[in-house]
Structure formats: C-alpha cells, structure tokens
Design a protein around this ligand. Sequence first.
Ligand SMILES: [Zn+2]
Length: 567
Amino acid sequence: MAGLEVAGVVLGSIPLVISALEHYGEGVAVMKNMRDFEYVFDDIQTQFAASVGIYVNSCYQLLGPLNLPDEQMNELLDERNIRAWSEPKLQSGVQARLGPNTKVYISLMAKLNKRIRLFCKKLKLDDDLKPPWLGSDGSIDEKARRKFFKSTWTKIKGGFDAAKYATLLEGIDRDIDKISKLTSGGLQLEPLRAERKNRMQSIYWQNVRHQAERLFDSLSARFNPCACNQPHQANLRLDVRKENDGQDEHTRFAFLLTFEKSACIPQSLPWDWRHIEIESSQSLVTQQVIPITTESSRKTAHFAPSIIVSSSTQATSRSASPSLAAKIDNLCGALMDGSQFFQIGCCLGVLDDQQWQHHVYAVAGPGSNDQVSEPASLNEMICGARSITTRQKCTLALTLASSVLQLHDTPWLPRSWDTKDIFILKGKSGSILPSAYVSRTFDSPTVSPAVVKGRRSCVKNEHLFALGVALLEIAHGAPLMSLLTPEDLNDDGQQDSMTEFRVATRLADEIHEAESENYARAVLRCIRCNFDSFQADFGDQEFREKYFEGVIMPLQTDWEFVTGGKT
Ligand SMILES: [Zn+2]
C-alpha cells in the first residue's frame, strides 16, 4: 500500500504551520495599524489547531490497536518521522484495519496535504514552512519582518478581508472530519470484516474437502478396476493452502500415482511413478484448458519434508495457443506415455464427472530427478535414529493441521489416523523427498472409505485427537505408547481403553515445558478438544473457524518464525 507516508507528511507540517501562524500573530501585533488583524490570526490559529487536533487523534485511533512497540509509536506520532510511515509491515497493518476504505483514506490524506500546502503558500511561508523573517535557529529578523509587512502583506491581506483563508480552513476541517470518521468507522467495521473473512475461509475449506472427496471417487471409478489389472495407488500430497477469501474455487491437488508394489510383479506394470496435478472446476461449455507451468513443479528437493504452499492462483504463466482439452476415457492409458512428463505443465486431458471437470496436468514433481524408491511412513521417521529438526517439526505440524481441515471424513484420511498413515517419500539415493502424502490403493471392488480403527469413547473428535497425538510424537521423536509411565495405567496396573488418552493428556499438559507456547497450545486444544464451542465436529462452520484460529494460526506463526515464511 503506497501512500501512507503522506500521513506522516501532514503530521510533520502541522506544528510548523501552527508556529508560523503564531509568528504572524506576533508580527501583526507589533505593526502599527494592523492590530485589527491580530484577532483574525488568533481565530485562524484556533480553528486550525482544533482541526488538526482531531487529525492527530485519528492517527492515534488508527495505530493504537496495532499494538506497535513504544519506540515505533514515538517515531510515528511524536517525532513524526515520514520514513517510519512507509514501513511495509505498518502499511499492511493499516490496510487490514481500514479494509476497502484504505484507498479513500489515502486519497483524503493527499487532498488534506495539498490544502495545507496551499494554505502555506498563501501565507508566503518558505519551503520549510517558516515565515520569511524567521531564521533557521528560530531568531526573528526584525528588518525582514518590517519589510514583509510593508510590501508583501499588502498583497495577501486582501485574502483575509475576503474570508478566502477561512474558506480554505473550512476545506481542511472537512477533510479532517472525513478522515476521522473513516478511521473510527473502519475500526467499528473491523470485527465484522474479520468475522466475514473467517466465514469465507470456513466455506473455502469445506469446498476444498468436497473437491478432495470428489477426486477420490473419480480416481476410484477409473482405477478400480482398471484394464491393466494392477492395483493402482494414489498418493495425495499434503499441501498447506494459502488463505483464501472464498472467491476463487480453483484448487489444485498434487498426486504421485504408482502401484501397490507388494501386490504385483514390478515387470508387469504399464508404468511406474507419475506426478500429476488435478484442478477441478464446474463444467462450462466454453471451458478451455491451457497448458500451464506451476510454481510447485519448479521446486527443487532440498529439504525434507518441505511445505507446499499451494495457491489457488497458480496459473500465472499460461502459454499461448489455448486448446480444448480432450476427455480422458482411460486414465491409466493416458499416463502410459511417459514423454508427456518431460513437458512440464502439459495438460493430459479432462476427467469428466457429470457436473465437474477435473483437468489433469503432468508435472515434474518432487521425485523426478531422483526417482522415488520407497515410501516411508512418518511413524518410521519418528522412530528412526535421525532426530527431527525444528524446521521439519514446524513444517510437519502445520502441514498435518491444514490437511485435517482439508481431508477430514474423506476416504483419504481415516477418522482415527495416525503417523503410519502419513508418508514421506525416499529417493533412490536414500534422501528423503520433500512433502508428506496420504496414500490409497484401489485394489478391491469396495475401497472402504476411512477405515475406522477402534473408536475411543472418551475422544470427542477423532481427527483432532489423532492430530494432537501426531504433534506429540513429532515433538518427542517417539511413538506415543513408548512414552507410557506407570501413572498412565489403571488401578490394576494394566493398560485399558483409556490408557492412550491418559498418556496423551499427561504429555499435552506438560508440553509447554519443552515446546513453544504456540505449539503447546495447539497440542492442548487438540488433545483436550478445548475450543469453547458447543460442537466438536468439522462439519460445523463455527468449529472449523475456531480450529483455524486455535490450531492452524499458532502453528503457522511458529512455522513463519522458523522458516521466515519461505518454502
Ligand atoms: Zn491401470
């Protein structure tokens, strides 16, 4: 948001203009035959000071709730440092407060600044907004003052007689009144805007989930059974999606398609690893599909597991020559031609699902340069000898929390999932490839959606509890049940159906001693389902909003802190 610095310019000029008016008043008072104008200046000065007082208040009102450090507030409001007003973080904070009124605010401010400058010009102030008889050290040059009031004054006093200055001051007053109303109005609207944003977010996540569910059905219909008679496996990449205001419904899912290797002879497979991305949209007769290059397809594997911040507006570099995408009847056959996978962003065609069209793109994918050898579960990674770095921990935590919101109650994520259901891929060289995946194999006529492992009666929301356990395991670098102590056992010294819950709550209550406050609070909310809401179901909009605020936001803050917000 450019232009906020003008607020600093106005703030800086105010004391100078007030001081200039005082000097005018004094000058007029000591000149013979000009005493009548003393009152005029007094009036002008009072009116100007009152108006700008309201302006300064509006600046405090605008900045106060941003909770800026004292030092920064001093720079902005007391020292009136113009550069301090152009600081990008401050600008985005002000934009968040004023919302769509930001533009109006800035243009009003520019108008006000123009009027003040005009006022100064009419008073014949110099570039530093000082009367010409005032030295830079504040000393008064009597000779220059006398000369000014004898010659220049006669030229400008007509303006005072004709009340032209009063009109200009009224204009200044009106601008300030509008600015002040806009600032206070903006503040009153802010909670409403935040509420609306949360609601739109919540709807967006629900749409993403529906899309994931539809894609499962679509892939299942094509792979189960498939003409090649091999058990197809789809690995869905877990992406952290950017905040979305719900306006753009195009969401991309990335898949790594392969086969359930343990159930087939590798030589008989029609193809092996295929990276694709699917973007779904509601069918439109005129829909055109254009080969595109995506940001994620250019990513190189350097850190594992990395975060994929998927944007709904990825399609930035569309190539020319749009063409209508062909319908894919045989997905397995379409994937057979490996040459297409060397053309990054090539559209393979469309999976037509009645009202929905799923556009399939061939992408390079994370394993392209170092073909995937075998997937390892997150559980294996946790149990492994190598410790999980802080960066990996923060990345995994945010990815999993976001994925729960995107995939809850779809066939992709069992209701009581655990770290064995999350996969990290290994390259042939043994390196861990970026990204985490969930995996489904289409090998039986009825792929049971979300296999329910024994339900825990004490747990209000299985998905949430599973996430809490995964976060605990990642933090401890050990499976939950390996952290069992005698105090977690029942009165008979035995394990029972409550044992897992007891271990988890004990660890969650202690986790703030070792982890950041954000991480600890997120874990505690997941394990104890502590959201101050009547519902504990992701189908409930309010609950989704509270989950976003209470779990995803704090984990995102930690992730941004550790990684600097970079992937
Ligand atoms: Zn097949």
